[in-house]
Design a protein around this ligand. Sequence first.
Ligand code: SAM
Length: 365
Amino acid sequence: MRLLLTTSQGIEDLAKGEVENLLSRLGVPFRVEERPLGVEGRVLAEVGEAYYTDEKGRKRDLSVPTYLNERSRLLHRVILEIASERFEGIDGEEPEKALKRIEDFVASLPVERYIKTSESFAVRSFRKGEHRITSIEVSKTVGKAIFERLERFGTPKVNLDHPAVIFRAELVGDVFFLGVDTTGDSSLHKRPWRVYDHPAHLKASIANALIELAKPDGGPFIDPFCGSGTIPIELALRGYDGRIIGLEKYRKHLRGAEMNALSAGVLERIEFLLGDATKLSEYVESVDFAVSNLPYGLKIGRKSMIPGLYSAFFQELSKVLEKRGVFITTEKRAIEKAIEENGFEIKHHRLIGHGGLMVHTYVIE
Ligand code: SAM
């Protein structure tokens, strides 16, 4: 089977590594590719049949999509591929012509293999790029083609609110993709533990990407601007056995982080501290790892205070950080200045897509 896996732009290599690691535990042949057909935020996995032995010693089929949905920390969706196709020139094409190409293509696909006639379905679409058609038009067109094809086998049922089967159509640039979305309507990055919704929270998938970049080895770890606790909570959920600290200036967010950690079942694993990261050395003597989604001054606070805040924070960080720091921010100039002024070295830089922005990510030592 071929699985199209979605994640954030800029962390495809880390998602690929995670998927390879998970699949290698199944003892099945597999091949994983980053950015199939050049599409960002996508990973393709080709996987053989997987089995497990039940308690009575019987060989049972193992659903690889379910396995990935349950275990991945970096993926957003696991989609069973029906077909992928490059539609040269669809970008600027007349709406009727573009939709006709999609309709004819979908009509030729054996969608009946993926749904029983007794099951209801819906089509959800995702579109990115310069097109003269909307994602709603793509959904309608694909839905019509699937409906007409299924009519050959019975009476198809459409249920837009609670479908049994979700077909996912994606048009990214000139690449069209159709599959069955095994994840459902809620993306995996929306963690069930999130009971407190911070206005600027980090996607859990990106929190895990930052943790992967930090490579924490069991030593003390801090998120000095922890907000609702996404990074420390995800680290604790990975079974980290070192000290985990979350520092936050505002009581409301700190309480929210504690509520989230309680809901995730890891409250006793994290030390949540109320405090100011520009006085970091007053709270911790030394830490091996610091990983944080810095304030950008967009949703909270003023932008003009960012350079001063970063400068004061990195000065404090230089007193306590032993090994590695990973920071994500939109404020390139302010962070690079603060990193340099305080004797840190940038070991790695990349851009990650978050909330419609490409955000700068730094690994420093
Ligand atoms: N990663 C967090 C999450 O997923 O919820 C969001 C972090 S948010 C971008 C930055 C956080 O830094 C905010 O919660 C803000 O209240 C906090 N903050 C701002 N200035 C601070 C300071 N001087 N010390 C500690 N925390 C601060």
